[in-house]
Design a protein. Structure first.
Length: 67
């Protein structure tokens, strides 16, 4: 989407950092920023997921709306 001019923010869990970085390199954007949250998601209580999301929001905004 970024290559089409659509700002994006990728949110990953910790085990997928290396895969995401490899994908960014293969797409020609090695410095692509990612928001990293803890793992796992499926076995995590909703209240904890909401806390993780609240913490990730600022990073997402910074990626989508750089100064």
């Amino acid at each position: 989407m970024e290559k089409l001019g659509v700002p994006t923010a990728v949110v990953n869990t910790e085990p997928f950092i290396a895969s995401s970085q490899a994908m960014a390199v293969s797409q020609g954007i090695p410095d692509y920023p990612f928001v990293i949250i803890p793992h796992p998601i499926a076995a995590t209580e909703k209240v904890v997921l909401e806390e993780w999301a609240d913490k990730a929001i600022e990073e997402i905004v910074n990626i989508l709306l750089p100064e």
